[in-house]
Design a protein around this ligand. Structure first.
Ligand code: MN
Length: 327
């Protein structure tokens, strides 16, 4: 699989940095790399540190906003959430009728929305005058907290639009915090490449790079990984975190069992301290997500995610009376 910089969503100024000491990347068939956590972390007895695929769900076609056609991989009938992740949508279409209506003014309270673009551009505006443009390869981590009203609209009338929206929960004690935006241009998302793999690090760390997103309660890892046939990546993942892989192109293999997961499929990973991803003949691309589960009750309705139904009713009432964003 040959990937152009354009296909990888790399902005003109972004530099793919070869890593001299990419200890965590090795070729299929190599012996264990000295210094690799795999070489030292596996005791001869006891549970394997490698996370195996626990469950695979296929993203479901649906519409949202003012009629945007998308695929929902999380927050669907098949998989309602994976604590702390509440939803994952992918929009990928070159038919303007599928995206042009966008997401006009709507509220959020009690969680965070993360937008990640590969192709195309969206414009974000909120009720207090914040405005931002999301271009190819960029990300926005928006902490809605106690409330925002915003619009998310395409900034193009034709061409391919390919991006994602992830919803991340906030702990009960932090649901009513002041809203916060982290707008991250493509050039500020670090990339690490070697001949068989490329990673863009939006949040957390991988291959020695740390992503720009900071101060998020659930300590997320958000990676965009492109794996060619011989790629093999061992990604340390805190044992207590939930983790999943969503395949956005081609196919990849997951775990020691090398279970194949294909485009449009989300693989929930089981317990362990290491995620193991390897390439397939056709190559593949995935979003890798991990985060600390909150273990709290979830009450959700539309754009509001709280802990109790009473808090949902309050959010609806606050939105109706203009108090959602007050104070
Ligand atoms: Mn929104």
């Amino acid at each position: 699989m040959r990937l152009t910089r354009r296909q990888l969503g790399l902005a003109a100024g972004a530099t793919a940095i070869p890593v001299a000491a990419a200890l965590l990347v090795k070729r299929e068939g190599d012996d264990a790399v000295a210094g690799s956590p795999l070489a030292s972390a596996a005791p001869s007895s006891g549970p394997s540190p490698v996370r195996e695929v626990e469950r695979v769900v296929r993203a479901e076609p649906t519409t949202d906003g003012a009629g945007v056609r998308l695929h929902r991989a999380l927050g669907s009938r098949a998989l309602s959430m994976l604590d702390p992740f509440l939803m994952l949508d992918e929009f990928q279409t070159d038919d303007p009728n599928d995206y042009i209506a966008g997401f006009p003014d709507h509220p959020h309270r009690g969680f965070e929305t993360v937008t990640y673009m590969i192709h195309g551009a969206m414009e974000h505006r909120d009720n207090v005058g914040n405005r931002g443009r999301l271009g190819p390869g960029s990300a926005q981590w928006m902490t809605a907290g106690r409330g925002i009203v915003h619009s998310e609209m395409p900034k193009q009338e034709r061409g391919l639009m390919w991006g994602f929206q992830l919803w991340v929960n906030l702990p009960a004690a932090r649901k009513m915090i002041r809203p916060r935006y982290q707008d991250i241009p493509a050039t500020e998302i670090p990339e690490r490449a070697e001949e068989d793999a490329l990673v863009r690090v939006v949040a957390g760390s991988a291959l020695g790079a740390t992503g720009p997103v900071s101060g998020i309660d659930v300590e997320p890892t958000f990676l965009d990984l492109t794996l060619k046939q011989r790629a093999r990546i061992a990604q340390p993942t805190p044992p207590g975190h939930n983790a999943f892989v969503f395949v956005t192109d081609g196919a990849v293999r997951v775990g020691e069992s090398r279970r194949e997961v294909k485009k449009g499929e989300l693989a929930v990973l089981g317990k362990g301290s290491m995620a193991l991803l390897s390439g397939t003949e056709a190559g593949g691309r995935v979003l890798f997500l991990a985060g600390r589960p909150l273990g709290e009750p979830v009450a959700r309705r539309g754009p509001f995610v709280m802990n109790t139904n009473a808090e949902i009713e309050q959010a609806i009432e606050d939105y109706r009376t203009g108090r959602l964003t007050a104070g």
